[in-house]
Design a protein around this ligand. Structure first.
Ligand SMILES: CC(C)(COP(=O)(O)OP(=O)(O)OC[C@H]1O[C@@H](n2cnc3c(N)ncnc32)[C@H](O)[C@@H]1OP(=O)(O)O)[C@@H](O)C(=O)NCCC(=O)NCCS
Length: 174
């Protein structure tokens, strides 16, 4: 078994990621989810995990200049965390999440990482060190700024990690 991790731009990697997303989130399933109608920002970068040259897992990174209680902050948005159903529970998502955080750390420009998930995924992230953000999050949808509460926010410390207050994503969520 040969496992490889690479970081590619979101645009360049999209053709290879699309089939993985279709396997993990089929359109007919997503349409029925509480967040199925939400428009998400595209990833700037992706961590790709290949097992014997097959893409098995990806984690998207969206860099964003946002605000926290009115102060400018640089957020590393983590999104689209997905492992192919045939390759789960082998540590691929954990490895990809670590690589995404390491990438943001090395850039030294990001204050904290932020992701959004469904309640049933919360334990997966808290057991990997992510902390709930219990304040309010605002984001753009249909050109309007609106409260974003369809998914639960979790933060991971880089230079700081706010847990309360108000985060304005100043754009689409991820
Ligand atoms: C969540 C997901 C990315 C995990 O991928 P993975 O490659 O299997 O993750 P890992 O192998 O690194 O970790 C699996 C571990 O997390 C645990 N785990 C997985 N989903 C969990 C959940 N919802 N709640 C708690 N623990 C969970 C497993 O029990 C396993 O634990 P173990 O290490 O003690 O065996 C994968 O199940 C997936 O793609 N799910 C569908 C898409 C999705 O919901 N993504 C999250 C979007 S926020």
């Amino acid at each position: 078994m040969s496992v490889e991790i690479e970081i590619r731009t979101g645009v360049a990697s999209w053709p290879s990621v699309k089939p993985l997303f279709e396997a993990v989130w089929p359109r007919e399933v997503v349409e029925k989810l509480s967040w199925g109608h939400i428009v998400f920002a595209p990833a700037d970068l992706r961590v790709l995990v290949e097992d014997d040259e097959r893409l098995v897992c990806q984690v998207g990174i969206t860099r964003r200049e946002a605000t926290w209680d009115g102060r400018k902050v640089r957020i590393g948005g983590i999104g689209g965390v997905s492992t192919h159903p045939d390759f789960r529970r082998r540590g691929f998502a954990s490895v990809a999440l670590n690589a995404a955080l390491q990438t943001l750390k090395e850039e030294r420009a990001t204050d904290f990482a932020l992701l959004f998930c469904e309640p049933h995924q919360a334990d997966f992230y808290t057991s990997r060190g992510w902390k709930p953000f219990v304040g309010e999050v605002f984001a753009e949808q249909a050109g309007q700024r609106a409260r974003f509460d369809a998914l639960l926010p979790f933060v991971s410390y880089l230079k700081r990690a706010p847990h309360t207050g108000e985060i304005d994503l100043c754009g689409l969520p991820w």
